[in-house]
Design a protein around this ligand. Structure first.
Ligand code: GLY
Length: 362
């Protein structure tokens, strides 16, 4: 299986996608590296400690555990991890291995970005969502009460090691949540990936090994290409936020407790599909195909009590809102998107309400 390369103005690193990728971890640790700190949760460690131990061989390491859950992706967790590192003798030569889902990657990456003003990190994602999105591209951070990922830093890893084998222990709900990010990649840039996801949902859901490898590789290819073209999200990288603006509002509105990130993105993708149609950007038939593909990967937890008004009110605190202008990524067709701002609030309200009503009727 392939290795992709992310190349930014200052960094160049490999993203390996292969069964047993963790086996090459030691080769990515620079000879000058000091203490190794694995940032992970107890759940991930229970499942995958043996793989990590065997990948590191005789090399000593410390395991730093943090409590899982999006609501714990907070500055307080980063500070607690940094305090532990100091107590364990970390210095500027130390290296962080972020091992787990998107939250481990974001927190571990952020810790590495700010510990002693920056030490290296290697990302080893163990959920589909982290493999196809969060672990690649150097975005790190934590949530504030007022919104998701409102503090953070760009901190590119030394390498990203993606092993599809670790997904076999993933709870089905988490796997499905990751599939929505894969679907996103298809909608924004790869009609072939979209078709595969839309036409082969049974095999994808059954974790057919060849298809899982294919969809991960295609998603990573897209992510690596987009990040290499626009590391700091000045332009092209914004397309990766497809479905995220309303998705983030939904996560904040439900206190980060009710939905997995990928599920919130699925809701956001539904809403922006309707918005694209209401604004005349996308044909109804394409919107239907996109929404059918989302439905093929399962319905979301109940959103009873959530209103379009409450979600629209939150859009102002999304970090993609600049000088009061909310930017939306809208599909023109499957595989091609545009970024639009200045959309009338009543249309955003209407599209969000349509998505809410669809889910209530499902
Ligand atoms: N998850 C969106 C990005 O990395 O830009």
């Amino acid at each position: 299986m392939p290795t992709f390369v992310v190349e930014t103005p200052r960094e160049r690193y490999p993203v390996e996608v292969s069964r047993g990728a963790l086996g090459s971890l030691a080769a990515h640790i620079p000879a000058r590296a000091g203490k190794l700190f694995i940032v992970t949760t107890q759940d991930v460690w229970n499942l995958h400690a043996a793989r990590m131990q065997s990948a590191l061989g005789s090399r000593a390491f410390e395991v730093l555990l943090f409590p899982g859950g999006e609501e714990r992706k907070r500055m307080a967790s980063v500070e607690a991890l940094a305090d532990q590192m100091v107590q364990l003798g970390a210095d500027r030569s130390s290296l962080v291995i972020a091992f787990g889902g998107g939250i481990a990657g974001d927190l571990g990456g952020f810790l590495a970005a700010i510990f002693m003003r920056g030490i290296p990190v290697i990302q080893v994602p163990t959920t589909l969502l982290a493999q196809v999105d969060a672990a690649v591209g150097g975005k790190t951070g934590a949530n504030l009460v007022g919104g998701k990922n409102l503090i953070g830093a760009f901190h590119q890893p030394l390498a990203v090691l993606i092993d599809p084998d670790v997904l076999t222990t993933l709870p089905p709900r988490e796997y499905r949540a990751g599939l929505f990010e894969v679907l996103k990649c298809g909608v924004i840039r790869s009609p072939g990936l979209f078709e595969r996801m839309a036409n082969d949902s049974a095999k994808v859901l059954a974790m057919d090994p060849a298809i899982v490898e294919e969809i991960i590789a295609e998603s990573v290819r897209i992510k690596a290409e987009v990040v290499s073209a626009d590391e700091k999200e000045g332009g092209l990288r914004r397309i990766l936020n497809y479905g995220h603006t309303i998705g983030h509002a939904l996560e904040a509105e439900t206190q980060y407790k009710h939905l997995l990130h990928g599920e919130a993105v699925a809701f956001g993708m539904r809403a922006v599909g309707h918005l694209a149609q209401l604004t005349g950007v996308c044909e109804a038939a394409d919107v239907r195909r996109m929404n059918d593909a989302i439905s093929a990967y399962g319905e979301l937890p109940s959103l009873a009590g959530i209103t379009a008004g409450s979600l629209v009110a939150r859009l102002g605190s999304d970090k993609k809102t600049i000088q009061g202008k909310v930017h939306f990524v809208l599909a023109e067709s499957i595989g091609s998107v545009v970024v639009r701002s200045g959309i009338e609030e009543r249309l955003i309200h209407e599209a969000t309400g349509m998505a809410l009503r669809e889910l209530a009727a499902a």
